[in-house]
Design a protein around this ligand. Structure first.
Ligand code: AMP
Ligand code: GLY
Length: 420
């Protein structure tokens, strides 16, 4: 079967790498892809957000299954468009994609179905919001309702910080239409974990847990990023917590989808805060996490294509999904300046020096005219090591990361360090 992967990040490289191991996969195409993906797939220079362009690529290349990586095309309805053209697609339709594209849609869903989450209130009027600063105390959690590339959440420590964030979101409109509505939430205290689940209309199966490190600097300092590293499985998880998450969050979520007529098929990423009162939902994403995928998929033993096909055929309950006991740690190498402005086009050196059993997933990379691999994005590479123990995986990844270099390269030194 020919596969089309839509997207160009580390997540898509990990998906392509895993699918390439399936004996049923004939050829993999990726739009637009990156320099690493190009080693295992044919990259086609069509943007992930050019829906009709992607549909044409799928038709021209006799694609048996399209897999959608990022949230923006999902919110634009790429799944609906591909399926209308007879292309089987892994990912939620436009209606279900609101679970990530609108925070208020998700909060409303969670509340209606009694799923534990932070208290919240929505605002569309700037003055009313300014008059409500501190309604749940501080830090004040302010979220742009729409998609903002992982940067739409502000945890304001003081009234002045809250005022300035509100001014930026609703006055200067730094997130455009995504910030026309603001969701204010009670601040949850605890430790975060990401639980990604395969979902079809009848079944929800969590993958192995992962922990993401969202801030740019060590010790969780500095601004939020798309994610600077992950490890899997989360050291916070045990059977009792897994059961609570299934009983209190995942099972009621599937039931809620069924009651609301949300025919969700794909990956539901549940961001969870483990609080002293139990696990609570921070957010839903409706796709694989980046860089969670780079530490989760290397531990998957089952054929990923079989899982994807089972989901699209509403047959997920027939799958017995197996995971390796190995522990994984993924460290993201980012461009200097990220998550703010950064340079592109710097040559990446040392990729060939990395140990053979260490995985290097490309994110923001491209090939220049001289065929050198160069930086082309904020998050450039994700380096994943697997080992029998968490500590060994951490050691192995940090032995390998310094073998790679490019101008301005920055990475966190504390990925996998767990503060309980
Ligand atoms: P989100 O985009 O909703 O995942 O938010 C980004 C990050 O902001 C989360 O990963 C949390 O670290 C933090 N965050 C979001 N909502 C809350 C909340 N209600 N309480 C505490 N932290 C939050
Ligand atoms: N790593 C967080 C995300 O993919 O949204």
């Amino acid at each position: 079967m020919n596969i089309l992967i839509v997207g160009s990040g580390g997540r898509e490289h990990a998906i392509a790498w895993k699918l390439a191991q399936s004996p049923k996969v004939k050829e993999i195409f990726c739009a637009p892809g990156n320099a690493g993906i190009a080693k295992i797939a044919e990259c086609i220079d069509v943007s992930a957000e050019d829906i009709s362009g992607i549909v044409n690529v799928a038709k021209e290349n006799k694609i048996g299954l399209a897999v959608i990586g990022p949230e923006v095309p999902l919110a634009m309805g790429i799944v609906d468009a591909l399926e209308a053209s007879g292309i089987k697609t892994f990912g939620p339709n436009k209606k279900c994609a609101q679970l990530e594209a609108s925070k208020s849609f998700t909060k409303d869903f969670l509340l209606r179905h009694n799923i534990p989450t932070a208290k919240y209130k929505e605002f569309t009027d700037k003055e009313e919001l300014l008059n409500s600063i501190g309604i749940y105390g501080f830090p004040m959690v302010l979220k742009a309702d729409g998609l903002a590339a992982g940067k739409g959440v502000v945890l304001a420590e003081t009234e002045a910080e809250a005022r300035s964030a509100i001014e930026q979101m609703m006055g200067e409109k730094i997130f455009g239409a995504a910030g026309e509505k603001i969701v204010v939430e009670e601040c949850l205290m605890g430790i975060e974990a990401s639980v990604l689940c395969f979902v079809d209309e009848k079944t929800i199966i969590p993958m192995e847990s992962a922990q993401d490190y969202k801030r740019i600097f060590d010790n969780d300092e500095g601004p939020n990023t798309g994610g600077m590293g992950t490890y899997s499985p989360s050291l916070l998880f045990d059977e009792a917590l897994e059961k609570r998450i299934m009983d209190e969050i995942l099972a009621p979520t599937l039931k809620g989808f069924q009651m609301d007529g949300l025919d969700f098929k794909g990956v539901l990423f549940v961001g969870i805060m483990i609080t002293k009162d139990g696990p609570k939902v921070i957010e839903f994403n409706n796709r694989f996490g980046d860089p969670e995928t780079q530490s989760i998929l290397p531990r998957l033993e089952t054929d990923l294509l079989d899982i994807f096909l089972a989901v699209t055929e509403n047959n997920l309950s027939s799958m017995d999904i197996k995971w390796s006991d190995k522990k994984a740690v993924c460290v993201v190498l980012a461009s200097g300046g990220y998550p703010g402005n950064y340079e592109k086009g710097d040559v990446i050196e040392g990729l060939e020096r990395v140990d053979e059993d260490v995985l290097v997933f490309h994110a923001g990379t491209a090939t220049d005219c001289g065929m050198a691999v160069v930086t082309s994005g904020g998050r450039v590479l994700g380096v994943t090591a697997l080992a029998d123990t968490h500590e060994e995986a951490r050691k192995k990844v940090y032995e390998n990361v310094p073998k790679i270099s490019f101008d301005g390269m920055q990475y966190r030194k504390d990925i996998g360090v767990v503060k309980l």
